[in-house]
Design a protein. Structure first.
Length: 199
């Protein structure tokens, strides 16, 4: 019994030694690879950023999109208000006629009220869906426009990453030397204005 525990202790000690050897050899190799990557990255690794707030405030296409969506929203509200007013007028008429109406007329009026309420709710949902769909399409269009511009812009600049910065997001420090917002704004506005002149 004593021989078995001695053999197991020696075996465990040998395995621990092998594990230490493998661990430190592997860590050493990883450190060499990491050091080489950092050294190479130091020569070629460039990043830049642009401010979303500045883009929203100064990019003409974005401002035009916001104006277009605001008009669409105002038109939707106007249409809904018109339906709501018609519904309210109908209720007022019914209240005036109410005492002199027969039971059949009251039932017909109740059905008409329900139909108009459903029509209003359906129209409201339809207009909201259209507005949301239009907003998503416009945001997608804007994102693609920015990505296309940055891809062309970066052919010459050679950045590894270009970030968008928005206050309150997870970026706590930014070096103003890496700010390409003026270039992005100028390039996007020039491209947009040129496209508008062609149309």
């Amino acid at each position: 019994m004593n021989k078995i525990s001695t053999v197991l202790s020696i075996l465990c000690l040998g395995l621990v030694g092998v594990l230490f050897y493998l661990h430190f050899t592997h860590t050493e190799k990883l450190n060499k690879v990491k050091d080489a990557a950092v050294k190479n990255a130091g020569n070629n690794f460039k990043i830049a950023y642009f401010d979303i707030d500045s883009l929203q405030a100064n990019y003409q296409h974005y401002k035009d999109m916001v104006e277009e969506l605001s008009k669409l929203e105002a038109n939707s509200k106007g249409e809904l208000n018109s339906l709501r007013s018609s519904y309210q007028r109908f209720i007022s008429e019914l209240q005036q006629k109410g005492p002199g109406m027969t039971q059949a007329e009251q039932e017909n009026a109740q059905r008409e009220l329900q139909r108009r309420e459903r029509e209003y709710q359906s129209k409201e949902a339809d207009l909201q869906n259209k507005l949301q769909s239009k907003q998503m399409d416009k945001l997608k269009e804007l994102r693609e426009e920015i990505e296309t511009f940055l891809a062309d812009y970066n052919k010459e600049k050679g950045y590894a990453y270009i970030f968008s910065y928005e206050p309150g997001m997870l970026l706590y420090f930014r070096d103003s030397a890496l700010n390409i917002t003026p270039d992005v704004l100028q390039g996007l506005n020039n491209k947009y204005n040129t496209g508008k002149k062609k149309n």
